[in-house]
Design a protein around this ligand. Sequence first.
Ligand SMILES: NC(=O)C1=CN([C@@H]2O[C@H](COP(=O)(O)OP(=O)(O)OC[C@H]3O[C@@H](n4cnc5c(N)ncnc54)[C@H](OP(=O)(O)O)[C@@H]3O)[C@@H](O)[C@H]2O)C=CC1
Ligand SMILES: CC(=O)[C@@H](O)[C@H](O)COP(=O)(O)O
Ligand SMILES: [Mn+2]
Length: 381
Amino acid sequence: MKKISLMGATGSIGTQTLEVIREHPEEFKLTAFSAGKNIDEARKMIAEFNPLLVSVQLKEDADKLRNEVSAGVKILSGEEGLVQVACHQDSDILVNAVLGSVGLYPTLQAIEAGKTIAIANKETLVTAGHIVMEAAKEKGVALLPVDSEHSAIFQALQGEKEKNIDKLIITASGGSFRDRSREDLVGVTVKEALNHPNWSMGAKITIDSASMMNKGLEVIEAHWLFDMPYDKIDVLQHRESIIHSMIQFHDTSVMAQLGTPDMRVPIQYALTYPDRLERNEAKRLDLAEIGKLHFEKMDFERFRCLKFAYEAGRTGGSMTTVLNAANEAAVSLFLEEKISFLGIEDLIERALDEHEVIQNPDLETIREIDGQTRSAVSRWI
Ligand SMILES: NC(=O)C1=CN([C@@H]2O[C@H](COP(=O)(O)OP(=O)(O)OC[C@H]3O[C@@H](n4cnc5c(N)ncnc54)[C@H](OP(=O)(O)O)[C@@H]3O)[C@@H](O)[C@H]2O)C=CC1
Ligand SMILES: CC(=O)[C@@H](O)[C@H](O)COP(=O)(O)O
Ligand SMILES: [Mn+2]
């Protein structure tokens, strides 16, 4: 029985992780989880999974929940609560499915506590990949990718040697606006942007997918997870999201991982690795039914956020912290309908242009720069 701590239980990845746990009650037990502000769902999850510890974002919500649940369930809040969930002594593995750089500190604490981490929370690696990877290496902690592309690369790597890799090829669906020109992006609505062609995901990542920042974040995530230089990471548009990513080896062989677009597969693989389990109810891939798969070269002028991400990644240091924080702030403003869709990339570009890079920033510096960038972006609108 694998005992699981889950950060971000009420989100898209979180609820799909619970589906995997539910499907295999003899294999998995939920020990601890965190929610944000959705305490109605958190309440139902406590009743169903009977965890030892739950953390919510706000203290007032924690006080309310504490009065409702049995004394056996400890209720905490805020960053300290996330850390306690991440490091719970009765958990074997942490699934980090929280949104944004708020996941960084609890991840570092979980590494310190020697926990294996199934990581969906890409912003943590983008904002401070050098710190996370160094800490994981020092502690001998495994970071198992959950993001579909990185899980695909990780699966294709099994039995292979990293030294034989020529390049990684990350696939991109193209997002909600893949068939529009830049001119056609003027005035697009939040509702249109949230209409992803292949995946049902949380709001922030769906917007990132439409702006192609998701792929930019994934390039940086791959750089850290697979220790790969940026000129050996390519992005290829593939509108069906059937090939989840590929590795080309020096002998020109290409290994790919395929499947229907279903996040429960990479989530479950991270939980069962190096083993696999049945997925009884899942739709099997039927390539004859799909018929054709399409591939297109990426256009870096059409998708400027992807260009920004490569540039920030190559510059390194605090530049990716700025990229991530500016993007998180700008996407929130777009979702609140305070800026336009194209305004997202304008704000990110300004934040990157105005930043003087600090190489090898420590945690305190990263937290400071993250906060300063978010404040600057909200001042500029
Ligand atoms: N969705 C997907 O298919 C994929 C997602 N990912 C990555 O996984 C991560 C989660 O994405 P997704 O599930 O879509 O996001 P969602 O927005 O659906 O869920 C986010 C989760 O984080 C919680 N949360 C948000 N802010 C805070 C905070 N300040 N403190 C504590 N908890 C917080 C939310 O709580 P609440 O809702 O209760 O407020 C919710 O549980 C992201 O990094 C994303 O890039 C990667 C690959 C695929
Ligand atoms: C499911 C998943 O991993 C997402 O990150 C997905 O990749 C988004 O799709 P695109 O960014 O390719 O549109
Ligand atoms: Mn992805």
